[in-house]
Design a binder for this molecule. Structure first.
Ligand code: 13P
Ligand code: SF4
Length: 338
């Protein structure tokens, strides 16, 4: 098995080489023009990275943007599998990521060999795989989904075919409940969405009876049972923007609140609490690896750079392209800075 490579740069600049008075935002802007780069950011990135990105979105929006861009360089501010998706759909572009160590607990939970055995044990099943996985696992799947298109895609699959869903068991269980489909689930979880406490959420709701709860489907069922709205990051953002309510409890990674406060500054957003009642439990440690300094350095160094062996890329691209073909038409992007 040949893995995706994240190439470092020989003789690369490091954080020690950055002058303390350097205007990083201005320098990133200069490099963006000089290198004909597009900066894509996920909603879980720090506000300062979201603010300088050309486009901020959920996993589906970002995949579509990466497939459609005319830029020479894609700077992907998210986690590593997102950069891989950009390279899979745009192989002629240079794809850089700020930190090669920005992984994902879902990807880690689902190693290619174990997934291959899982498929072999269920030969009559359709393998529907969440985009939060490696290129190798994508290549072993029939169709990729994100949290915003999974239900639409599953409803298009032949009703008599059982489904294997990997790697997020909470998202899979939510989709099985919604669609009534027979689904065998891989036992992975997102470490961020597992931290919310039902008991503390009920206490917070009691103190704020008018607050609406918006939750990501990576949350366990006990949390989703209290939600007024369940959806992808973009769907949650659209819900809080359109809702007449003034107060919201947000059960997903809290950096998305940055966009909510920009979109509807008069509304109040509370983070869903963890078991100790504190609301700082849900920061994604992988997303947090990216900093403005590292965005600047990855553009300067053209590294860490994603490279994928062509046969693996083509095999991973097929189920990803199937996803793009089976998704609902693109909605109007709410946070496009382009
Ligand atoms: P979406 O932005 O597609 O909802 O994904 C959430 C997530 O956990 C990304 O890692
Ligand atoms: Fe992975 Fe969860 Fe972090 Fe998203 S929030 S990158 S699913 S660990």
């Amino acid at each position: 098995m040949v893995d995706t490579l994240v190439l470092p740069a020989a003789g690369a600049l490091t954080e020690r080489d950055i002058a303390p008075d350097l205007d990083l935002v201005a320098e990133i802007d200069r490099l963006r023009r000089e290198k004909n780069a597009v900066i894509l950011a996920h909603y879980y990135q720090d506000g300062e990275i979201q603010d300088l990105a050309d486009f901020v979105g959920d996993s589906l929006d970002l995949s579509r943007k990466a497939a459609a861009t005319t830029a020479d360089m894609i700077v992907f501010c998210g986690v590593r599998f997102m950069g891989e998706v950009a390279k899979i759909v745009s192989p002629t572009k240079t794809v850089v990521i700020p930190d090669a160590e920005a992984g994902c607990s879902l990807e880690d939970s689902c190693q290619p060999n174990a997934f291959r055995h899982f498929r072999r044990r269920h030969p009559d099943h359709v393998a529907v795989t969440y985009i939060n996985c490696s290129a190798e696992v994508k290549a072993l799947s029939d169709v990729i989904v994100t949290s915003s298109n999974a239900e639409t895609i599953i409803r298009q699959l032949p009703a008599d075919r059982p489904i294997l869903f990997a790697p997020d068991r909470h998202l899979g269980a939510y989709l099985a409940r919604k669609t009534g489909r027979d689904m065998t689930l891989w036992p992975g979880t997102c470490i961020v969405h597992e931290t919310f406490s039902e008991r503390e959420l009920i206490k917070l709701k009691t103190r704020h009876p008018n607050a609406k709860v918006a939750a990501h489907p990576e949350c366990p069922e006990a949390i989703l049972n209290h939600a007024d709205h369940v959806g992808s990051t973009r769907a949650i953002l659209e819900f809080v923007t359109a809702s007449p309510a003034e107060e919201f409890i947000i059960a997903t990674e809290p950096h998305i609140i940055h966009q909510m406060e920009k979109a509807v500054p008069h509304k109040r957003f509370m983070r869903a609490p963890g078991a100790d009642g504190s609301c700082d439990c849900a920061n994604c440690p992988f997303m947090a690896k990216n900093t403005l300094e590292k965005v600047y350095l990855c553009m300067m160094n053209a590294a860490p750079r994603i490279e994928i062996p062509e046969d693996l890329r083509v095999r991973a691209w097929q189920p990803l392209q199937r996803m793009l073909d089976m998704s609902a038409p693109i909605p109007v992007a709410r946070n496009a800075a382009e």
